[in-house]
Design a protein around this ligand. Structure first.
Ligand code: AMP
Ligand code: MG
Length: 424
C-alpha cells in the first residue's frame, strides 16, 4: 500500500491545495476496490444487496403466448377485412386454465387476461369490440393480426442473463427473481463501515449539554446515510481531540471495518495534529477541495491488507458532512459493495427561482427543493445556506450544483440539480 499516495500524486490535475470536485471523485473511485466475500440469501433478504453472479433465465417469461386483454381468441385468417364475421364459441381460456385442443376454422375462444392463447389462434379481439348473438360471437372488421397477444419470452428469454452481477437488488429485481422461480441468490457480504466523530466540544445524546458544547449530530446523519446505502454501520462514538484516543479509535476501526468515516479535525490547525498520526498509521492525503461546503477532506488508507481500511476524513460541519458523503463517499462505497456499473446521482437542469450568491472559482452545492410549478419542474433554495445549518438539508430534496466558473445566479437562470431524496 505504500504506493497509494504515489498513485494519487501521479494523476492529472492533482493539486492537494486546490483539487476539483471531479478530480477528487475520480481519484477516490479509482483507488477503492470491491471487497471479497459473498453469501447466499433468500430472495427477500437480498433486498439492497449486490448480486455476485449473473442470474440466467432457465425458462421463457412468460412461458406461453397469452392474452393482454379480456375478449376472444380468434384466427386472424378467418376474419372478413371489410365486414363483420360471426364465429362459433368453442370454449374458454382463463388465466391458469387453458383451452384444451386447438381452434378450428370459424371458431373462437372466450379468453381472459393472462389466459394462454389456444393453438391455432393468433389474435385477440377485446370483449368491448365483439357482440354475442346466441352461440355466435360477431367481430367487426379492421382487427390487426396479433393484436393484444403477449409473446412467450418477451419479458425474459430462456438462456439469457436476466440480471447481471453487480446489480443492487431493488424491489423490481426481487420480483424478477421470483418470476424466474429463483428462491436464493449469491450476494456480496455487507460492507462494514466504522465511523466516529472527533471534537472536544461534542456531547452524546442522553447527556446534558455543558457550556460551549454541541450535540454530536454527524454520527446520526452518517448512520442514516450508511444504513440506507446498505452498509453495516459500526458506530465508534465520539473521540476526544487527543492523539492516544484517536490512535486507538483508528486502529480499532481499521481491524473491524472495510472503510472508516470520521467527521471533524481536518480543517487547518486541527489537520496538522491529525496528519502526523495518520502518517504513522497509514497513508493519508489531505485535500483542500475547490468546493463549498466541504473544503477540507482527507482520503487514504489506515493499516494494510485485511487489517486495513480506506479512510474518509470528512469535515466537521454538519452540512459539509452530507455534501462530501454524497459527492465522494457514496460512489466509492458502492464500488466497494460490488456495484457495477456505478451511477452518479441523477442530475438535470431546471430554472432556479431564487437568487443565489456565488463567487467564481469553486463548485458550490446549495440545498434546494425541486417543485412542480403547474407541471414545470423548478428549484428554489432552502433556508439559510451556512454549512452548519442542517435544517437547510432537512427541507431539501436536491443539491443545486453550481459550476466553478459561474458567479451569482439570478431568478429564472437554469441550474443543475442533483436529486437525492429517497436514496437507497
Ligand atoms: P471541525 O472540522 O472539527 O473544526 O468542526 C467544524 C464545525 O463543525 C465546528 O463548529 C464543530 O463544532 C462542528 N462539528 C464538528 N463535529 C460535529 C459533530 N459530530 N456534530 C455536530 N457538529 C459538529
Ligand atoms: Mg473539531
Amino acid at each position: 500500500m505504500s504506493s497509494l499516495l504515489e498513485r494519487i500524486s501521479c494523476t492529472d490535475g492533482y493539486d492537494p491545495e486546490s483539487l476539483s470536485v471531479a478530480r477528487a471523485r475520480q481519484i477516490v473511485l479509482d483507488l477503492v476496490e470491491p471487497v471479497a466475500g459473498s453469501e447466499r440469501l433468500f430472495v427477500r433478504n437480498a433486498l439492497g444487496r449486490v448480486l455476485t453472479e449473473d442470474v440466467i433465465s432457465t425458462a421463457n417469461v412468460p412461458g406461453h403466448d397469452n392474452s393482454a386483454m379480456d375478449g376472444y381468441a380468434v384466427r386472424f385468417a378467418d376474419l372478413d377485412a371489410t365486414g363483420e364475421t360471426a364465429l362459433s364459441l368453442a370454449g374458454s381460456a382463463f388465466a391458469g386454465r387453458t383451452f384444451a385442443g386447438s381452434l378450428g376454422p370459424g371458431q373462437c375462444v372466450r379468453i381472459m387476461t393472462g389466459g394462454v392463447i389456444p393453438q391455432g389462434a393468433d389474435t385477440v379481439v377485446i370483449q368491448e369490440a365483439a357482440r354475442a348473438e346466441g352461440e355466435r360471437i360477431v367481430v367487426p372488421p379492421k382487427q390487426r393480426q396479433g393484436q393484444h397477444v403477449r409473446h412467450a419470452g418477451e419479458d425474459l428469454r430462456a438462456g439469457a442473463p436476466a440480471i447481471h452481477a453487480g446489480k443492487l437488488l431493488r424491489p423490481a429485481e426481487l420480483g424478477l427473481l421470483a418470476s424466474l422461480g429463483v428462491a436464493e441468490v449469491s450476494v456480496k457480504r455487507r460492507l462494514r463501515v466504522a465511523f466516529f466523530s472527533t471534537g472536544d466540544e461534542l456531547c452524546s445524546l442522553g447527556t446534558p449539554l455543558k457550556e460551549g458544547e454541541v450535540y454530536d449530530s454527524n454520527r446520526y446523519t452518517l448512520y442514516g446515510m450508511l444504513t440506507r446505502l446498505g452498509c453495516e454501520a459500526i458506530d465508534l462514538g465520539v473521540v476526544r481531540d487527543e492523539p492516544a484516543a484517536l490512535e486507538a479509535a483508528f486502529q480499532r476501526a481499521a481491524t473491524q471495518a472495510d472503510a472508516i468515516l470520521t467527521s471533524g479535525g481536518v480543517s487547518v490547525g486541527e489537520a496538522d495534529f491529525i496528519r502526523g498520526l495518520m502518517e504513522k498509521l497509514g497513508e493519508v492525503a489531505f485535500w483542500k477541495i475547490a468546493m463549498r461546503p466541504g473544503r477540507p477532506m482527507a482520503f487514504g488508507r489506515i493499516g494494510e491488507g485485511r487489517e486495513g481500511a480506506f479512510l474518509f476524513g470528512l469535515p466537521g460541519n454538519p452540512v459539509a458532512v452530507m455534501v462530501t458523503f454524497y459527492q465522494f463517499v457514496r460512489e466509492a462505497l458502492l464500488k466497494m459493495m460490488g456495484v457495477s456499473p456505478i451511477e452518479a446521482l441523477p442530475q438535470f437542469r431546471v430554472p432556479c427561482v431564487t437568487a443565489l450568491k456565488k463567487r467564481p472559482g469553486r463548485s458550490e452545492f446549495q440545498r434546494g427543493m425541486l417543485f412542480s410549478d403547474n407541471g414545470e419542474w423548478k428549484v428554489r433554495a432552502t433556508g439559510s445556506q451556512g454549512s452548519g445549518i442542517l435544517s437547510s438539508m432537512s427541507e431539501a430534496n436536491c443539491f443545486i450544483v453550481i459550476e466553478p466558473e459561474r458567479g451569482n445566479v439570478e431568478p429564472g437562470d437554469p441550474v443543475n440539480v442533483q436529486f437525492f431524496d429517497g436514496l437507497v
